[in-house]
Design a protein around this ligand. Structure first.
Ligand code: GLN
Length: 273
């Protein structure tokens, strides 16, 4: 069959699942052929034989499995990370959290000790390690499966020497002074139904408790207890009020940031001076 026919048949199968069926069919075909998109465009009229992987990929995608899990990789902050169903897929809004954390870290000493709670695929700690070459990192996750992925990604980006990965809950097993905590914890309320795409992702990484912000509030409490200098977290678009209320009595210096859609998406807190 010609490439263009294969693509239009493939796109037909994906029409219900995505706004860009043609492009996704092309990405999946490129993956099977080991070719760039530009090659596929230029060879539109070539007759090719594709193996059954293309059919399998299309079936998985037609069943709403995220493209990133099918490909086994996702891009974040311009870099490529390996992902699979053991970890959440990186979200573009989390790049803003990385930027906030870098801003805060620049006010601390260059060799600051930065701890990430719930590192998942490792994208935040790894990006921070690349952007802050002297800082030291501890990345904690309760899921040993997620830690396999994050350790692998740290190696891939050449920063595994600077990040110590710990299996645990919150700050379990973290030793020494902590200068900054950064976290994108699960923050969706337990009763909230997940969209069909999200159902492929680990629920452990998404659900944060009956209100959703319980883990965020606990992280704020730990930040205070441990005398940490700075904290940056991602949060749900509707959690600003409850988090502001939680910190109200503590006299903390909190500020919120929005995502690219203009929704409240996170906050940072600096120690009182
Ligand atoms: N931003 C993610 C979503 O809405 C949730 C991530 C999280 O709970 N930390 O799908």
């Amino acid at each position: 069959m010609r490439i263009k026919e294969l693509l239009s048949k493939g796109a037909e199968q994906l029409r219900e699942v995505t706004d860009i069926p043609q492009k996704e069919a092309m990405i999946l075909l490129g993956e099977v052929l080991g070719k760039e998109m530009s090659w596929i465009v230029m060879h539109n009229d070539d007759e090719i034989c594709v193996d059954e992987r293309f059919t399998k990929f299309l079936e998985r995608r037609a069943g709403h499995e995220p493209l990133e899990y099918i490909l086994g990789r996702a891009s974040f902050y311009g870099k490529e990370f390996d992902v699979d169903a053991r970890v959440l897929i990186p979200r573009p809004e989390t790049e803003i959290l990385v930027d906030k954390a870098v801003e805060l870290a620049k006010e601390l000493s260059p060799n600051a000790h930065i701890v990430e709670i719930g590192c998942g695929s490792g994208i935040i700690s790894i990006m921070l390690a690349l952007l802050l070459p002297k800082a030291r990192f501890t990345a904690v996750d309760i899921s040993s499966e997620a830690l396999h992925v994050s350790r692998h990604n740290a190696k891939k980006h050449g920063v595994s020497e600077r990040i110590s990965f710990i299996e645990g809950s919150y700050l379990d097993g973290v030793s020494g002074e902590i200068d900054m905590i950064v976290s994108n914890p699960p923050y969706i309320a337990d009763a909230e139904p997940l969209g069909i795409g999200l159902s492929y992702e680990p629920s452990l990484a998404l659900y944060g408790g009956s209100k959703g912000d319980e883990m965020l509030c606990h992280i704020i409490d730990l930040f205070v207890q441990k005398d940490v200098k700075a904290l940056a977290c991602e949060m749900g678009y509707d959690q600003r009020e409850s988090i502001a209320l939680h910190v109200k009595q503590k006299g903390l210096n909190i500020a919120f940031y929005k995502d690219l859609a203009g929704l409240d998406r996170g906050f940072w807190i600096k120690e009182k001076r």
